[in-house]
Design a protein around this ligand. Sequence first.
Ligand SMILES: Cc1cc2nc3c(=O)[nH]c(=O)nc-3n(C[C@H](O)[C@H](O)[C@H](O)COP(=O)(O)OP(=O)(O)OC[C@H]3O[C@@H](n4cnc5c(N)ncnc54)[C@H](O)[C@@H]3O)c2cc1C
Length: 467
Amino acid sequence: MKNTADIVVIGGGPAGVATALEASKNGASVLLLEADTLIGGNAARSTGYLAFQGFAMQDKAGFEDSAEIFYADMVEEINRQKENYGIEFDAELAKVFAQESASTYDWLIDLGFEFNRFLPRPLQHSVNRMVDVTDTSMFTKVFSDVLEKNDVDIRTSTRARRLLVDKSVIVGVQAENETFRANLGVVLAAGGYQANSSLRKKYQPENMASTPYLGTQYDVGDGHIMGQEVGGELINMTMIPPLIMVGSALVEDSIAVNALGSRFHDEAGPYDYRVKELNNQPGRSAHYIYDNHTYMKKMQLINEMPETPSTANSLMELAEIIGSDPKGLDSEIARWNDFLSSSKERDPEFGRVILPAGRRGILEPPYYASKMITGINFPAGGFRVNADLQVLNVYGEPIPKLFAVGDCSGGLGPVIGMGGMRITPALTLGRVAGRKIATQNFECTPNPERLDSYIPSNEMKVPVIDD
Ligand SMILES: Cc1cc2nc3c(=O)[nH]c(=O)nc-3n(C[C@H](O)[C@H](O)[C@H](O)COP(=O)(O)OP(=O)(O)OC[C@H]3O[C@@H](n4cnc5c(N)ncnc54)[C@H](O)[C@@H]3O)c2cc1C
């Protein structure tokens, strides 16, 4: 097999696949290295929420949106998160993403993806723009087919370990058992670092670094480590927001109750709000309650949880198993089902607006309870990149022929909490990277303008060190 191509992409999640496809469509030969046996990455294991602006579903529903409104929503989210984390937000990249997101929707539809419905998050998306894919296995099936059709050379079970450098230029990749050469560039698309608790410990307090994660075991920060070795600058690495695991998968169809059997929050509210509300409950304990219909639909995600759900044929029995008040639970479920059969758009108790498809109640035994467990799904940190997705060093100079996309890039990471803001940027900026690498000749020398701006001059305020 030929181990040389124009572009070598490390990682077959949405970012790597989009880069590979777009590069190939623009005439480049592409090798895609994937550590796992299948491609799809965390998108194939996700809830499948994606956010776009100015796309056909919005037009059809009469929702007015624009790149400017989308960008303004991102800035609001960043302002909220600034209180919790030191953040470096890449406004330039955010604008490119907002602008290009509409074409990513069309691109997915052309590939054969299907979307279900709008999921409102009014506190973060001021306009309805988040939708869910009908089946997340499309990120494996559809992507595999289309990569093959476009002659991308896919190497699964191939874990990249180091970058090959020749006179400061990235020229290839050392994988576990073989070497790959790249003429135009190497793209880091190896996802995040959630599955590597010793790496997380460098950026998080020790007790938080070992909380469980969902998703692929292969996201151990290989891309971050390889890029760091050759001088890439990592940003936003301390932002690893806690969230309620499997929350997104279950919140549409369930309610959460505490030991009194009572609801206590908007189950579909912002991720950090859910964690805060759980911590306010007696014993910091609560469960998502759902029925057999939901279990059958969400079985794959539910079974990825660290704890198996409890189940019983009646709500009374279920309450006893989970140590909750049986009467409280019974009347809470009745109240929820009544609300769903009404015409009210907002849940009168907590203002929840994400409701089950078809406003279906919790009706069909056996009933299930999944413990609310705090963990992580996605860290925000990655490389500082420029608008060409080139990885920058600490002086803001591009590392020749090295690029980063998706969870390996850090500038857009801090908008994580909005919902749908990981997969769409991975796809959108991956497409931009693929197109640019295939069609532009990237200089091998640092951009002198960038370099100048980072050389301390008399005008620059450098800190004064007191004697
Ligand atoms: C449970 C869960 C639910 C989520 N829900 C949503 C959601 O609804 N909406 C949303 O926007 N985001 C969601 N996310 C986050 C989203 O899935 C990721 O942020 C997104 O998939 C990142 O894309 P990526 O291509 O950068 O990385 P990934 O999808 O993580 O893919 C990285 C790929 O690189 C491979 N890899 C890693 N190391 C190497 C190596 N050394 N060599 C070769 N290959 C390697 C991995 O096997 C993997 O296939 C969710 C995540 C989880 C875990």
